[in-house]
Design a protein around this ligand. Structure first.
Ligand code: MG
Length: 264
C-alpha cells in the first residue's frame, strides 16, 4: 500500500531535505583530491547531528556509516574508509539520508574531482537530466511508470545504460516504503500518482552495461564490466500543483548542485 503523507508530514521531510541540500552544497564546494572518504563521512555526520537530525543510513541493515560514498565503477553503497582517498579525475557518488522527528529524507549526487574527460562529464550531465525529467512527471494523474520511463528514455538516447538491480522507492516514516520506482519501463503503467505520495527517485547510470555485482564487503555495488557509474537522487512529493522537491531549497526546476561547478 502506498502511504499518502499529510502536509505536516511533508513539512517534516522538507526540514530533513533542506539539511541534506546544505550538505550537498557544502560537499560540492569542498570535496577534493586527498580527502579520505571517512573524513567526508565524519564531517557529514557532525553536520547532520548539529542540525538536530539523525543520520538515516548508519545502522540501517548494519550499514556502518552516515554517507554511502561510491567512486568510479562503484554504483552505490560504498563504505567510507580512512584508507580510501579521493584522486584527481575520480567521480564520486555521495548518497545521504537523515531523519527529522521520525521522517526520512534521501538524496544523492555525483561529482567530479578536478578535471574529467568530456564523455564522463556527459555521463554526469545525462544522469542528472534524467532525474530532472523524472521529477517533471511527478504530477497527479500521471502513472508511476511514467517516472521510470522518463529516466530510461533519456539515458538510452544518450548511449548510456540504467542499472536495474536497484530502484528508487517511496519514503516517509521508513527509508524504503512502497512503491518501488525502477529506472526503466514502459510508460502509462502502475498506480496513478496522487497528491501526498512521496518518492525517492534515483537514477543509477553506467557508461557500459547495466549489470552490477556486490563486493566482498557485502555492500559496495560495482559495475560488472568496470565501467563508470553515476547516481543522482531527490526526495519528491507529488503536489496538486506538480512536483515538490523536498531535498532542495530552490523551488525552480533544474536547481540543485551543478556537475563540476559550484552552485551560485
Ligand atoms: Mg534512496
Amino acid at each position: 500500500m502506498i502511504d499518502l503523507k499529510s502536509s505536516r508530514e511533508i513539512e517534516l521531510m522538507r526540514r530533513g531535505g533542506h539539511i541534506l541540500a546544505d550538505v550537498m552544497d557544502h560537499l560540492s564546494a569542498t570535496a577534493k583530491a586527498g580527502m579520505s572518504t571517512l573524513e567526508i563521512d565524519e564531517e557529514v555526520e557532525a553536520f547532520i547531528m548539529g542540525r538536530g537530525a539523525k543520520p538515516a543510513f548508519k545502522g540501517y541493515r548494519g550499514f556502518p556509516a552516515t554517507v554511502c560514498i561510491s567512486i568510479n565503477e562503484e554504483v552505490v553503497h560504498g563504505i567510507p574508509s580512512a584508507h580510501r582517498r579521493l584522486k584527481e579525475g575520480d567521480i564520486v557518488g555521495l548518497d545521504l539520508g537523515c531523519i527529522v522527528d521520525g521522517y526520512y529524507a534521501d538524496c544523492a549526487f555525483t561529482m567530479a574531482i578536478g578535471e574529467v574527460p568530456p564523455p564522463v562529464q556527459k555521463l554526469l550531465a545525462v544522469t542528472r537530466q534524467s532525474l530532472e525529467l523524472a521529477i517533471e512527471t511527478c504530477r497527479p494523474g500521471r502513472r508511476l511508470s511514467d517516472v521510470s520511463h522518463a529516466v530510461q528514455k533519456h539515458v538510452e538516447a544518450h548511449g548510456f545504460a540504467v542499472v536495474r538491480a536497484f530502484v528508487g522507492h517511496g519514503i516517509g516514516r521508513a527509508l524504503h516504503e512502497e512503491p518501488q520506482v525502477p529506472n526503466f519501463g514502459e510508460p502509462g503503467r502502475g498506480p496513478e500518482l496522487r497528491p501526498g505520495m512521496v518518492l525517492a527517485i534515483e537514477p543509477m547510470v553506467t557508461m557500459g552495461g547495466s549489470d552490477v555485482r556486490i563486493l566482498d564487503d557485502g555492500w559496495t555495488a560495482v559495475t560488472k564490466d568496470g565501467s563508470l557509474a553515476a547516481h543522482f537522487e531527490h526526495t519528491v512529493a507529488v503536489a496538486e500543483s506538480g512536483p515538490d522537491v523536498l531535498t532542495r531549497k530552490s523551488a525552480s526546476a533544474g536547481a540543485g548542485p551543478r556537475v563540476g561547478q559550484r552552485r551560485r
